[in-house]
Design a protein around this ligand. Structure first.
Ligand code: DP6
Length: 335
């Protein structure tokens, strides 16, 4: 007889106001600069991990877009295996794992599915191993998956991941979700898979002639975002968030070789957000390593933002999300 323990956790994605782009140590996801994000509520990954007391290969299955559980592709399964091995070493445990995971949002939506996925995997695995790490430890463990933004997804509300050379480098909460009811309306303008991974983006970032300029601008930008969040100062936040995202994409577009994430629909949404502001609607935009645009707004402005985004011909769909309270243990297992 072999013993086993099973645990399920879900974790949300997050959207960065100040981005992680470039690393001093990519293998360990030690970022070149601090980043600040808002944890989402609805866009989540749910992961079940079973720890089996026998030796052998880890089994990784996933549910691709509302279908049955199936063997995960090697590109994804290999990253998961690497992280399971790391967590097993951390726990001083033996044995293999069986893992199943699913996202409740389309994987091509340009939502950070690796942030939510590796945060959920980390939490479910430590639970299956019977560990109860602190939030800081959990964040550092999630970061070690190589998906740096996963370090922010293990915390709720508004989160900062400071710059730190230490292996323990982890994110911390700036303010809880209840502090400020901000919304994220994601305008989907491209359904194709991402052409260049964030990992390649981090590698190329410092080849851009604008890299140094962005690094120089960041300390003031970070302080403005911290203060805007603390004081719920919408105007201060809105200006910095949009400038920061455009700068990140300027760095990407001018890297060697260049990376273009934007599509015509991206520009159409950016223009619509400018018009909204001109008309007194409180909205600002940001993009991760993809073409889709996250339109951030206070709760009171969300319906108007949605109504206007729905009218843009290049927008194929909208996801409506909000600031959320972070990962949670789940009762319902995936297998
Ligand atoms: C542009 O290395 O964390 O989203 O593993 O793909 O989630 P994934 O990416 P990661 O880089 C994130 C890059 C970013 C900005 C950010 O979220 O800070």
């Amino acid at each position: 007889m072999t013993s086993s323990t099973k645990a399920t956790a879900s974790a949300p994605s997050n959207i960065a106001f100040i981005k992680y782009w470039g690393a001093v140590d990519l293998a360990r996801a030690i970022p070149a600069n601090p980043s600040i994000s808002m944890t989402l509520e609805h866009c989540r990954s749910r992961t079940t991990v079973e720890h089996l007391g026998e030796e052998g290969e880890h089994e990784i299955v996933w549910r691709a877009e509302a279908g049955a559980l199936e063997t995960a592709p090697p590109s994804f399964a290999d990253r998961v295996r690497g992280h399971l091995d790391f967590l097993r070493r951390y726990a001083g445990a033996e044995g293999r794992f069986r893992v199943a995971t699913e996202n409740n949002f389309p994987s091509a939506a340009g939502i950070a599915s690796s942030a939510s996925g590796f945060a959920a995997l980390t939490l479910a695995t430590v639970r299956a191993l019977g560990l109860a790490p602190s939030e800081a430890e959990l964040s550092a463990l999630a970061r070690a998956s190589g998906s740096g933004s996963a370090s922010r997804s293990v915390l709720g509300g508004f989160v900062e991941w400071p710059f730190d050379h230490e292996a323990k480098c982890h994110a911390q909460q700036l303010m809880p979700a209840e502090h400020w009811d901000l919304r994220d309306v994601v305008a989907l303008v491209s359904s194709g898979p991402k052409r260049t991974s964030s990992l390649d983006g981090h590698k190329l970032a410092s080849t851009s002639p604008y890299w140094a300029a962005r690094q120089k601008a960041l300390p003031l930008r970070l302080e403005a975002v911290r203060r805007a969040i603390r004081e719920r100062d919408w105007n201060r936040l809105a200006g910095v968030v949009e400038t920061e995202a455009i700068d990140l994409h300027c760095v990407a577009m001018s890297s060697n070789p260049p990376i273009f994430y934007w599509m015509p629909g991206t520009l159409a949404v950016l223009e619509a957000v400018r018009e909204m502001r001109h008309d007194g609607v409180r909205a600002t935009s940001t993009m991760d390593a993809g073409a889709n645009v996250h339109v951030i707004c206070p709760a009171e402005d969300e319906d108007e933002v949605v109504a206007r985004l729905q009218k843009i011909p290049e927008v194929n769909g909208l996801l409506r999300d909000r600031v959320g309270s972070g990962p949670r243990d789940e009762d319902e297992h995936l297998f």
